[in-house]
Design a protein around this ligand. Structure first.
Ligand code: Z5A
Length: 222
């Protein structure tokens, strides 16, 4: 089974992907955990380019091709082989991030994005996508730390340039809101694959929902 986590920054994807994989491993399921962009030696190099705060001159077309190159390497060299060996593959972000960020966020053409994504993944899509839903401001605050004012400007971001802020975090709040609305549309278009989790709650409650959903899908499939 191929499970992905999606959602805005700071929604808890990395935390819950790790907790879920640890839980499933304890329950003796064969499970591997990976992430996007990254997850292989080549993909990690592309991740460095994509998130480097100095690379403010990356053009949207370059950005989509770099994300897709990272995904092509990850899906072919890691995800597909593990699925074929019977593993549960958990991935922190996947192709839906491209539709949300480069499609809804940056306004790139959706048909083109779908074509590039289908080429990069050879059509490999998740069986289950867990959507961790939090208000954009809450997620950014979590990511930046509680003491930071994330500002309210629609352009000319007020996000402070801390070490943990990457190039993509620095885009303005309106962009992040478009991304979130995009996620909502993606979820509504494929309700059988997507499962929304209210991530604006204590960590344990969120993880309980995540586990319950995954176990019920595993049960249905067995
Ligand atoms: N991107 C793209 O544009 N196109 C694509 O195709 C792909 C990606 C694949 C990846 O950056 C960037 O690439 C991302 C989308 C873009 N950026 N933007 N903009 P990344 O991998 O570095 O970051 P991220 O994926 O956005 O993850 P994140 O910001 O690290 O957030 P997260 O993984 O969702 O959350 P977390 O790290 O698990 O938790 C953040 C903090 O909140 C942490 O201190 C937790 O302990 C805390 N937390 C988590 N849950 C809770 C709850 N429930 N309550 C309180 N605190 C919590």
């Amino acid at each position: 089974m191929f499970v992905t986590f999606e959602g805005p920054e700071g929604s808890g994807k990395t935390t819950h992907a790790r907790l879920l994989s640890e839980y499933l491993r304890e329950e003796e399921y064969p499970v591997v955990l990976t992430r996007e962009p990254g997850g292989t030696r080549i993909s990690d190099k592309l991740r460095q380019i994509l998130l480097d705060p100095d690379n403010t001159d990356i053009l949207p077309r370059t950005e989509i091709l770099l994300f897709s190159a990272s995904r092509a390497q990850l899906s072919e060299a890691f995800i597909r082989p593990h699925l074929e060996q019977g593993h549960i593959v958990i991935c922190d972000r996947y192709a839906d991030s491209t539709m949300a960020y480069q499609g809804h966020g940056l306004g790139l053409d959706f048909d083109t994005l779908r074509t590039i994504t289908a080429f990069a993944t050879r059509g490999l899509t998740p069986d289950l996508t867990l959507y961790l839903d939090v208000p954009v401001e809450t997620g950014l605050k979590r990511r930046l730390g509680p003491s930071n004012d994330i500002g309210a400007g629609s352009s000319g971001t007020q996000l402070p340039l801390f070490d943990k802020v990457d190039r993509l975090d620095m885009k303005d709040l309106e962009y992040h809101r478009r991304v979130q609305q995009g996620y909502e549309q993606l979820r509504q278009a494929e309700p059988e694959r997507w499962h929304r989790v209210d991530a604006n709650r204590p960590l344990e409650q969120v993880q309980d929902d995540v586990r319950r959903k995954v176990l019920s899908v595993l049960e249905d499939r067995s």
